[in-house]
Design a protein around this ligand. Sequence first.
Ligand code: PLP
Length: 388
Amino acid sequence: MKAIYFDNNATTKVAEEVLEEMTPLFCELYGNPSSMHTFGGQIGRRIRGAREQVAALLGCDPTEIVFTSGGTESDNTAIKGALAAQPHKRKVITTRVEHPAVLTVCRDLENHGYAVIELGVDRQGRLDLAELQEQLDEDTALVTIMYANNETGTVFPIDHVSQLVANEGAIFHTDAVQAVGKIPLKLSQSHIDLLSLSGHKLHAPKGVGILYVRKGTRLSPFMLGGHQEAGRRAGTENVPGIVGLGKACELAAANLEEENSRVKRLRDKLERAIVEKCPDCRLNGDTGNRLPNTCNISFEYIEGEAILLMLDKYGICASSGSACTSGSLEPSHVLRAMGVPFTAAHGSIRFSLSRYNTEEEVNYTIEKLPAIIDQLRQLSPFVAKQAH
Ligand code: PLP
């Protein structure tokens, strides 16, 4: 059975064009770009090309791109590197809805004497900019706030946020892992100092990403060793990954508006039909400011995992808002921060689309899901209790 893949915020299919571009770099052009010989030297040209392709998508200068192993490394480097470069400042501001690649790093900083402020969000997942302004002071070394949320798709007003941070003279980092390729960015016109991107979220392979470092930003390197990436990130380059990421960025830039309006139309059709056909469900996130591909829905009285298992039987892949930790099903920290009631957070499902999804797949899901919800509700002890 061919999978109907609606889990593109988890990872994406590598585009055929990307694979094609990468293939010669494994067994034919496998030299080390740091080598003196021509065989290795020609690889440097490929990396330069990829750097230009990434910069074109982000609207920045190629020299501001540092290749990394992915979103997690970029987030760690941005946070730890920005703090190491300003040892006299001891305050970090973030939000309660960040990905663990940011949140875990920030929480660990508390063990090292930093004051870490986690800004809250409202029921729609929106930030309170007045609270951010109140917290910013001259001891603030770094503000790290995601561009778009991976679970709900909520897009934060990063232009405004980065302006507020710049006014206070702190460094601003944004985890744009879910935003790049889905919404247009023009970094040269923003106040963003550091930005993380991950290849496998935009049809490049896993294990490659970038950290954008605006010219002049104070940042200590995180990975020490060789002189690669102009001394900003040591380690022999993942050449096939970097070349693949460059191609993926070129494809994303070429199709951004057209593809994303098609994806948004499919996402809207899917969620409208679900809300119409399934009682006691609601959309999570800021529906006015969302990624075009993401839909997060809570179904009251049933568990997300049960829905996922039933969808899986029909070959439909989605994901739930709960993380199974140490045997107990903890509702998502994002939905909890938004104040989504316990029963609804437990029954939340995320559908995340890509340019490879079709109308037929959406229609098939609309046909199957209402019966699944109905069947699970009939078995639910919560619904039975309500009836008595
Ligand atoms: N940040 C966000 C918002 C993400 O969604 C993810 C991956 O799910 C990451 C960071 C981590 O990226 P990577 O898997 O490339 O380490």
